[in-house]
Every structure is written in C-alpha cells, then in structure tokens.
Design a protein around this ligand. Structure first.
Ligand code: ATP
Length: 555
C-alpha cells in the first residue's frame, strides 16, 4: 500500500483506465457529485455488498463470526422504496435538522459549507478587533491551511494598520471557523470581511440548506405533492418494523438490514466518490431490549470493525473512534465511527467509513408519537407547536414489541451500524493499490502496479491463458475458462500479447490467480497457477483447478 497523497491521482487514473469508476455524464462535462461504476467497478462493489449481506444477514451466525461472539439472533433483509411519505422525514428530524449552513461568493459564485471555511485573523490585542483576515477551506478531507501569499498579505495588512495607528500595536493571529468568526465580529462596521477562499470576493450571509433532494409526486403542484429522495435507508426499516415482526415471527433481539441508494444534496461533493450526492448505504437496525442495548451496541461496534479488517483494511490506516459525549446525538448513549486514512487526506486525518450508533428508542417512538426533542430535564418529549400540539404528528400506530414469554410490552432500543458501500469500495481500492518492481522475460526490471484485493472482493478471480495461440492450447484454455465460469467463478480468457504483459494486465485489476496452459499440458494434464502477490508458480492438475480455486476462495 502506497500511503502518499499523490498516489490518489494514480488510483483515480487506474480506475478510469481499467474501467472501475467513471464520471457520470462525462461526455457532457460530468455532473459534480455523481459517479458511474464501470465493468470492473460494478463487480467490485457488488462483491463488497454481497460480502456484507452474506456476513451480516444470510450467514451471520456461521461465517466470519469473531471468536466467542453470540450468534443466536435473527437477521432479515428489506428493500424499501426510495420515496416515502413526507411525514417520515418530519418525524425522523430530517425535515428540520438535516441541513448544513452555507455561504455563496457573490463574485465567483462558489458555494461553501460554513464549517468548511476557516478564517485566519489578525486581532489587535488591545481593541480585540480583527485587523485583517484570510480564509481557506478546511474540512475532514482537505486541510489546506494558509498559503504563503495569504500569510504575506496578513502581515502586510498588520504593518499598514500599525502605520495608520501610529504606534507599536500588538496583534496576534487567531484561527477559527467562519461560523465562529461571524458570531464574534460581524457586528462592527470597520471589520474586514471574511472573503471567499477562492477569489476573496464578498460572501453572502450563511443560509440553511436542507440536504434532501425534493421531488414532486403525481400531478399535484406545490407543497402538497412535495416528496423527498431518501437521505438514508434506515427510515424504511423503521417503517416496516411492525410488518417484519408480524410477518416473519422474529423475536427480539433481531436485526433488519437494507442495502440501497441514498441521496444527499451535499454542498461540496469532493474527494472522488467519498462525498457524493447519490450513493449506496448498507444499514442494519438491530432491535433489542433496553436493558441489553449497551451490550449490543458494543457487540456491533466491534463486529463491524472486524469486518473491515477481515477484507484487508488492517493496520494503522483503519481506526475505531468513539465519539466524545458532546458529539453524540441527543438520544444516543454511544456512537463510534470506523474510519480510514484515505490517501487524499492529510497525514493523521481519517474519513468516516461507517457510523455505529446506539439510537435508544428515538426512532420508533418518534414514528409512534411525533418528533421527539429533549426537554430541560433531559427527557425525550414530543415537540410542540405554538398551539401546544405535536409539531409533527407520529403515525399513532403502536410500534411496541410484545414479549409473549415475559408478557412485557416495550419500545425496543436500536443499534444502527450504518455503512457506505461506495466509501467501503473506495477504501478497498485505495488499500489494494501497490507498486513494485519485477523482472520481465528478459530479466530486465519493470515496475508493476497490482491491486491487492481480498480474493472475495476481486472483480475477476481467475484469468486463463494459452501460452501460445496454437498446438491445441487455446482450445484447452477455453474449455477450462468455461468450466470455471460454470462453477460460478468470475473468470477471464486472454490470448493476446506476451505472457508477461498478460500477467501485468491482470495484476493491475487485482486478479488473484492466473492459469497458463502450455505445451506440457497436453502431456501431463497440468497447468501453471501463478499468484498475484507472491508471484509463486505451481503446477496443478487441470481437472483439480475448479476445486483448488474454490478452496482458495473459501479460506
Ligand atoms: P459525513 O459526516 O461524512 O457526512 P455522515 O455522518 O453524515 O457522514 P451517516 O449519516 O452516518 O454519515 O451515513 C452513514 C454512512 O453513509 C457514512 O458512514 C458513509 O459511509 C455513507 N455516506 C454518508 N454520506 C455520504 C456521501 N455524501 N457520499 C458517500 N457516502 C456517504
């Protein structure tokens, strides 16, 4: 794994060149925040999603279970609609709270999230007023800092100020978010405006920007027909909690999972597929008794972290970060993020792959009673409007669970492991990227790029080559290729170019094994199997190839 930030350019180039990821609508110049997966990318992402579904749902109790972890619970799946009743988003809180504050540049028309703009201001220590300021973009994904030119400008402005004031004035630099800067200094007339980070043009005042995409259902115009593309898959699960309990007879504790598209009108989509406007989530809502929720929270947090390790994101590039108490949502007793040090981030920075949250009974109760908020004493109560009525009415349906053994009726607590399929795929792509040097057929050292995917994630598992295009080799190779495909093993046949080049083509797309049929095969019925990572070559009987590969895939 090559850890330098500039490697990201190479990864992006490889993804385009080999057909993993393309810009959406590229021939029209692309659309910011939207991406397409190419022939290999779609297989890679499908393998990520299928591994998740198999390990978390269909075979959650027998495959890849961490040692000693309990497995005696049910996991079932759902596939819900993307557009749901608008009341869902009112009671979930997304309608009122799912927004960012943004500012626009009046000159260059760029748009920024207020929390992504940092202001470096020179403050007069006596008057406590800023003398000059510069802005730059700073967020989890890019921490640019002040450029040399900006630092120079700041110092020059301070010198000028001192001259004007005619004295030896003390100034100190203070760095803060644009939000904090505006709150502190936006009231005085002589305050230097915190201009656009790109062109220093004037910025608008911060405005709220809801991240949900609006659409219109049916022929109704205006508010009545307004609906939203879901910003998360989780709410579809809460909507069907009762349906699942009544139809599949699951008993608490149990989990419901869903993989599907979500949409967020991100103000500044960036860093390749990391922050897109259309993306796929892999979410579980795990329902349990309130007395056991802390235990299950810790269970899922650790199990989900192990999942990424298992598929290759090990070492100091992966971390589990428990949220500080002040970062927690008002209903949560704990949240942890699984984070990865993507190569486009600065040294020491991590980006979120997944959030594992304890959500208490907030969601089900909100959909029963109406949107909940905390009162002064810290209790969750239904938010009221100015007439003392629920601001957003819940469904009024009884979403409690009845335990027929203990005769107890209660609103379950929920643990939510919420992962992004695109971010996981991107992390696996970044981690897989490797370069080394290997001798070619003539013994000359050649640089090699190879994608070290976990075999279960690799888009193609086996490539079959005839050494040369004659002496019955192509026929034998084609028959083996067909046999592998019939066994459900994603394979590729290639007879073009020298064998070394064919190996390198496969290394570049992360194919773990290449099989070559050569002149000797006709005599000993054996083939050469070459491994991507170790370059080791072994002879195996041709009629054992499918069994051998199947065994390797299942270890
Ligand atoms: P961030 O803080 O990065 O915006 P978030 O905390 O809002 O993420 P969640 O609402 O917890 O994210 O969503 C769960 C998961 O969905 C994230 O961990 C991430 O993997 C994925 N996800 C969220 N937003 C995006 C996006 N804009 N593009 C791609 N994946 C996303």
């Amino acid at each position: 794994m090559i850890a330098m930030a500039q490697e990201m350019d190479k990864i992006v180039a490889l993804c385009k060149h080999r057909g993993f990821i393309f810009q959406s609508s590229e021939i029209y110049g692309g659309l910011n925040g939207f991406w397409d997966y190419g022939p290999l990318g779609v297989e890679l992402k499908r393998n990520v999603k299928e591994s998740w579904w198999r390990d978390m749902i269909t075979r959650h109790d027998e495959l890849n279970v961490p040692e000693g972890a309990p497995t005696a619970f049910s996991m079932v799946g759902l596939d819900c609609s993307i557009i749901m009743h608008p009341q869902v988003w009112k009671c979930s809180g997304h309608y009122d709270l799912f927004h960012d504050f943004m500012v626009d540049c009046k000159e260059c028309k760029s748009r920024f999230r207020v929390d992504h703009v940092t202001v470096a201001a020179m403050i007069d220590t006596a008057s406590k007023q800023p003398v000059a300021c510069e802005t730059y973009i700073h967020d989890a994904e890019s921490a640019d800092g002040l450029s040399k030119t900006q630092a120079k400008r700041l110092n020059k402005a301070v010198d000028q100020y001192k001259k004007e004031q005619g004295g030896d004035i003390d100034c100190e630099e203070a760095t803060m978010s644009l939000d904090a800067y505006l709150k502190l200094f936006d009231h005085g007339a002589a305050i230097p405006p915190a201009g656009c980070p790109k062109c220093r043009g004037e910025l608008t005042a911060p405005r709220e920007f809801n991240l949900m995409f609006k659409t219109t259902v049916g022929a109704l115009a205006g508010e009545e027909g307004t609906a939203f593309l879901r910003p998360e898959t989780a709410q579809g699960i809460f909507m069907n909690f009762k349906n699942v309990v009544d139809s599949s007879r699951v008993k608490i504790p149990f989990g419901i999972a869903q993989i599907g598209k979500s949409f967020r009108n991100e103000i500044t989509p960036r860093n390749y597929t990391f922050r897109s406007r259309e993306f796929e989530q892999m979410e579980i809502e795990f329902f349990c008794h309130p007395d056991e929720s802390r235990k299950w929270y810790e269970y899922w947090r650790d199990r989900r972290f192990d999942w990424y390790v298992r598929y290759g994101l090990a070492g100091d590039r992966l971390q589990l970060r428990d949220h500080d108490p002040d970062e927690l949502s008002h209903y949560s007793v704990g949240t942890a993020d699984v984070e990865y040090a993507f190569p486009f981030l600065d040294e020491g920075e991590f980006g979120e792959l997944e959030g594992d949250a304890h959500r208490g009974d907030f969601d089900l109760r909100s959909h029963m009673e109406g949107r909940l908020v905390r009162d002064e004493s810290g209790c969750l109560v239904v938010e009221q409007n100015e007439h003392g009525q629920p601001k957003y009415r819940g469904s009024g349906k009884d979403l409690r669970y009845f335990n027929d053994q203990t005769r107890e009726r209660f609103v379950p607590h929920v643990i939510e492991p919420s992962a992004g399929a695109d971010r996981a795929t991107l992390a696996f792509l970044c981690e897989a990227y490797n370069e080394d040097e290997q001798p070619d057929e003539k013994g000359k050292m050649q640089s090699r790029v190879y994608m070290k995917f976990h075999p279960q994630l690799a888009p193609i598992k086996v490539a079959v080559f005839p050494l040369i295009k004659k002496d019955g080799m192509p026929e034998r190779a084609a028959a083996l290729y067909r046999e592998l495909k019939q066994a459900g093993i994603a394979s590729m046949y290639d007879q073009q170019a020298a064998i070394g080049r064919r190996y390198r083509r496969q290394d570049e797309i992360g194919t773990p094994w290449c099989i070559t049929i050569d002149g000797q095969t006709a005599e000993d019925n054996a083939v050469t199997l070459r491994e991507r990572d170790t370059l080791e070559q072994t002879r195996i009987p041709i009629d054992r190839v499918v069994a051998d590969i199947t065994a390797r895939l299942n270890t």
